[in-house]
Ligand binder design. Structure first.
Ligand SMILES: [Zn+2]
Length: 240
């Protein structure tokens, strides 16, 4: 199983979730919301070579944590993975837009200077603006749009810009999400849980729920589930 966007450090008992991932051989991109959380969160991956910890600065708290940008830039040489970063256009976060765009631009610039990174990107109600920022920094690395919810035109533009996509079960349960997933290039898709924020059956989503996402993908793509699981592994290996 592959969970390419999970907030491992935000579960009530992150060590037991990490141990479960290790026991089940789940590949996890453990994203963080602040640069100051990165070092502690990295310890969750010490017992597994399948858990990678991404360095992040979440757009919803960009205004509070912009002072951690120098720390972000210092830590960037220690990891190939960046996330969660991006922009959030919901009304309650829109008021901090200048901070959000400044932080995201600085992060992309730092990634480009560092030779590129694999980035897990939030783009809720801000797909066009995220794509504008990516277009302005083509050397930032490989952008993976997590839980993409833009429109078809934005999807086409993202594909043309070389974006990848990580998709969760909630997305695959909705008509709009299934429509988008059906139009994504199959060799640029990975699964994610977005736990513990996303919900599955009324509880926090777990990394092990990503196999259900793979099965749902198989339905949308009209392929056997095993073929889809193999495709997902090929995709992940391609990123290494
Ligand atoms: Zn997230």
């Amino acid at each position: 199983m592959i969970d390419f966007h999970c907030h491992l450090d935000l579960y009530p008992d992150p060590y037991s979730i990490a141990a479960e991932c290790a026991a089940q051989n789940i590949y996890v991109l453990s994203v963080t919301n602040t640069p100051s959380a990165w070092t502690g969160s990295s310890r969750l991956g010490h017992d597994s070579h399948r858990i990678w910890t991404a360095l992040g600065l979440h757009p919803q708290i960009a205004h509070e944590r912009k002072g951690e940008l120098p720390l972000f830039e210092n830590l960037l040489s220690k990891t190939r993975y960046v996330g969660e970063v991006g922009l959030d256009g919901m009304p309650e976060f829109r008021r901090y837009w200048p901070d959000q765009t400044m932080v995201f631009a600085r992060i992309l610039e730092a990634c480009a200077r560092a030779g590129g990174r694999i980035l897990s990107i939030h783009s809720r109600r801000a797909a066009t603006q995220v794509l504008d920022a990516l277009e302005a920094q083509p050397d930032a690395g490989v952008p993976i749009l997590h839980w993409f919810s833009g429109n078809y035109r934005e999807l086409q533009r993202a594909v043309a810009l070389g974006c990848w996509f990580s998709v969760c079960l909630s997305m695959l349960n909705g008509t709009k999400g299934r429509g988008l997933v059906g139009k994504m290039p199959q060799d640029r898709v990975l699964t994610e849980s977005d736990g513990p924020f996303a919900q599955v059956d009324g509880r926090a989503a777990l990394p092990s729920d990503t196999d259900r996402a793979a099965i749902a993908l198989a339905e949308v793509w009209d392929k056997p589930a095993d073929e889809v699981r193999e495709q997902l592994f090929r995709n992940m290996r391609h990123l290494w």
